[in-house]
Every structure is written in C-alpha cells, then in structure tokens.
Write a protein that binds this ligand. Structure first.
Ligand SMILES: [Zn+2]
Ligand SMILES: [Zn+2]
Ligand SMILES: [Zn+2]
Length: 488
C-alpha cells in the first residue's frame, strides 16, 4: 500500500512545491530553488568565510573552498538547525536540550545514570510509574540494527533485555551513595577541576528538557520546545496526542523526535513571520501570502534537503539487502503513524501543506565523566591512590559505560550541503574544545581555493561493493575518482 495519507490531495500542489526538486515551470520556482544569498548569509553568521555554497550540476549543490586550506585547518563550524539526543542516551548523559553541553556536576552525571539504570530494572516489576513518567520509557532502545526478529521495532512491553543488561553495569553502589552523588552531599575528589554549568529547568514546566543557561532555555522555547513541551505551559494543541507521539518515537525510532523539532521550528517561524507581516498591504491574496511565508519558514530545511529522511535511515547490518524494500516500507509506516500523532499534537491548519523532510547527521559530544576518570588515572601515584579509594567503587558501578558520550542526531544546514567522496578532503572531527553540539569539519589535506570540500558519509575504507551498497541508502551511486578507478 502506498502511504499517501499524510498528504491531503487538495494540498498536493503545495506539497510538490515544498518537497520536490524545483521545476522551472513552477510559479514559485524562485522560492524553492537554490538561493546563493541564503548560504552567503549562513556562512557569514557562522564566521566560516572561507567557504562558498554553489550550484553543482551532478548533486544539486556543493560546498567549495573560497581560500586555501592546509591540512588540519578548521574548515567549518556549523550550528545545528535542530538536534535530538537519542532516547536511550538520555539515561547516560544529562545535557542541555538546546546546545547539548553536559550540565550539572560530575557527581550528578554519575549519580543520575546509576539511579536511572536501577530504575530501568525496577520498571520490569511495574514499580513506581509516577517516577518513570518523566524519563524515556525505553531504557534499552534502539538501534534498529540490534533487532533479532527482523521487525525493527522492539516490543515496548518487553523489558527483559533491560533487566539483563544491568549485569554489564558492574558492581552496584549502595542506594544512599547514589542519592548523595545526585544531591551533592558526596563530592568526588578533584571533581571541581571539571566544572559544568548548573541545570536550568524548562520554562514550560516539563521535566524532560534541561538547559545550561537561561539563554538556551529561552531560545529552545522560542524555536522548538513550546509546541513539544509536556509541561503546564505547553503550547501544544493536544497534549494527549503529544504524549502519544513522544511515546511512539521513544519506542520506535527517535529520528521522529528530530523531525518533530523541525516541524515545530517551521510552524513557530511561520507564525512569527505572519505576525510581523504588514496585513494592510493587501496586494496579494491571503492564500498566496501565506504560502510564501510558509516557504520562507521552511527555507532553512528545504535548502539543506537532499533526500526524504526515511530513505536515508541506514539499512541495519542484519537486514538482507533484498529485504530492503520491506524495511523501507516499515519505516515509512512508522513515519506515517508518527506524523499523524505529531499532526494531532502540534497541528496548525495553516501549516498543513508539508511533511518533514531532512537529512540528518550524527550528533556527538564527549563526556566530562570520561575526562574525569582519565584525570584521576593520570594523577601522581600517591594522590591517585588516595582519590581512588573514593572513585574506584564509583567506576566499578559504572562498569564499561563510564565513558559514554552524548549521542543523537541533528540537522546541520551547511554540513548537509557537503557532498560525499570516498577519498574526502575533509572530515567531521571534534577537537578538545568542541564541547557542544556543533559540527566541526577539518581539512584532511590541503584544499585549494575553488576545490570542492567533500566528506565521507560512510567508512571510506570499505571495499567498493560495500561502499556502493551503503551509499545507496543515501540515494546515489558514488562516482568519485576512487570509485571510478575501483569499479570492476
Ligand atoms: Zn545550552
Ligand atoms: Zn518543557
Ligand atoms: Zn566513491
């Protein structure tokens, strides 16, 4: 069955405008086609003036060097348009919901993780639902790749796996110790060397979003969260539907959370544009004005758009490529359910004519908890011995998971314009100072002015056939120099 229901037929035309590659004959062509000024502005605000985004016949658009770069140079630091922490990772890391910096203290990071892990096991016994209500239901989500039965969606009622994973977490700490870590009574040695911003709560009163600063809290509220907040001051039109949507996303694939943020961003921006639009101009019909405002709001997304996002979800390792069609269909069906729930939750009739389309990248922020334990390990022998009397049991309780970084998925407007090469001249690389959710691209070798900046979407060291199979997930067949040479 074709999934068309998210798109109402009477809006078919608008939708074609919004998502299809623009056609010259289309009246609104200029609104959806490549807009160099948009990218020039983006590059200026990012302070990465060594780049130019240009139209590129083969791939639609590409990023080009406007100066010479040497090996190791920072090419681009791209601010995300929207990002979302993976549901399961929310147990491991407490980060700002807007900029993804770690927040709280080293003790809170550790204590909270151990506390929630314990709770995840307790959930198996149906205990204390109230407390669980504000944390993601699935403590052992996600990777579609670790599904065994090929159904790609874990049964949310089966928590056995969560219980069994508890064994890998090492030797549990007594409950009182965990609590005193969380409430600040127990201070770990040398932890003051790793100060983190204190935790600011959500303006809407939910207990799901936390921030590093009032600035981040306000910006998130303004741009995304006011429509997706489950708190008392939420602006969602139907909170029950919103809760259903969030649960569905947490239980299936949290890329829907990212999609929701992008949709929410567009609706909020559209409303702002509309509010500031001089009504008394009266030159154009209401319909036409609205559509152009909507496309203006949608521009940051459409400009980065390469492929429908359910088509770019990588095929899990355990799925035979001949089952790919079935897999894609299942993802589409999930997307359909998800979008219906989302529509009910934050529905804005005026913004109906579009669905969420974006290309996403990994979001990774290194953990200060890992740094902390490495620091302890590097102390001079006597100090180390002294500190380890306190830290050793904590490390044992964390087990192998002490170094888990913040993981999620995000949409980066400039990075998403970079084309792939199996012999790339740049790559995403987090330097020591990059402790937030921005994307950092550095030059792998010298890049001369005018040359296209390319990154690899996959592990470029794989054999030719495997590379092509993986790149098919991105919707193209690679014809880079390396591929042309290796093609049998
Ligand atoms: Zn922040
Ligand atoms: Zn909230
Ligand atoms: Zn290639």
């Amino acid at each position: 069955m074709e999934i068309w229901c998210i798109i109402r037929w009477d809006h078919a035309k608008c939708i074609v405008y919004l998502i299809a590659r623009p056609h010259r004959a289309c009246a609104l062509y200029h609104l959806f086609t490549f807009i160099p000024e948009y990218f020039d502005q983006l590059i200026t605000t990012r302070g990465c003036t060594g780049l130019k985004v240009k139209q590129n016949g083969a791939h639609g658009k590409g990023v080009y060097a406007d100066v010479d770069f040497r090996e190791g140079d920072l090419v681009l630091k791209d601010q995300m348009l929207a990002g979302s922490q993976h549901s399961a990772n929310k147990i491991d890391c407490l980060v700002c919901s807007f900029c993804f910096r770690f927040i709280g203290t080293i003790e809170v990071q550790i204590g909270r993780k151990l506390y929630l892990q314990d709770l995840g096991v307790a959930a198996n016994n149906e205990c204390d639902r109230q407390t669980l209500a504000h944390i993601p239901k699935k403590t052992c989500q996600i990777n579609s790749s670790d599904s065994e039965d090929g159904s790609y969606v874990k049964d949310p009622t089966s928590m056995e796996e969560c219980a069994s994973t508890s064994s890998k977490y090492g030797t549990p700490l007594p409950k009182e110790i965990v609590e005193s870590l969380m409430n600040g009574e127990l201070v770990l040695p040398y932890s003051k060397q790793f100060p983190l911003p204190s935790v600011i709560s959500c303006l809407g009163g939910c207990r799901e979003a936390f921030y590093c600063s009032q600035l981040c809290a306000e910006a998130d509220w303004d741009l995304f969260h006011s429509l997706l907040c489950t708190g008392a001051r939420s602006k969602s039109s139907d909170k029950e539907a919103l809760l259903k949507f969030l649960q569905h996303a947490n239980e299936t694939n949290d890329i829907f959370l990212l999609a929701a943020k992008v949709v929410s961003f567009t609706i909020l921006k559209y409303r702002k544009l509309k509010a500031s639009y001089p009504e008394d101009q009266g030159k154009c019909t209401a319909d036409k004005c609205d559509l152009s405002l909507l496309s203006e709001a949608w521009k940051p997304v459409s400009m980065g758009y390469k492929i429908r996002w359910w088509e770019c979800i990588a095929l899990p390792d355990d799925v035979d490529s001949c089952d790919e069609a079935a897999f894609r269909m299942q993802i589409k069906e999930l997307a359909f359910t998800s979008l219906q729930l989302l529509k009910a939750a934050i529905f804005d009739k005026e913004c109906e004519p579009y669905a969420a389309f974006l290309s996403n990248s990994d979001l990774v922020v290194a953990s200060p908890v890992e740094d902390y334990f490495l620091y302890i390990d590097d102390l001079p022998q006597s100090e180390k011995k002294e500190a380890e009397r306190v830290t050793r049991p904590v490390l044992d309780a964390l087990g192998d998971d002490y170094s888990i970084c913040c993981q999620g998925t995000a949409f980066f407007p400039l990075q998403s314009c970079m084309n792939h090469s199996c012999h790339p001249n740049a790559r995403a690389f987090k330097r020591e100072e990059d402790r937030d959710g921005q994307a950092t691209i550095v030059a792998l070798r010298s890049i001369s002015k005018g040359e296209e900046v390319t990154i690899s979407y996959i592990d470029e060291d794989l054999p030719f056939e495997e590379r092509q199979a993986m790149l098919a997930d991105y919707g193209f067949r690679c014809q880079c120099q390396k591929c042309l040479e290796e093609e049998p």
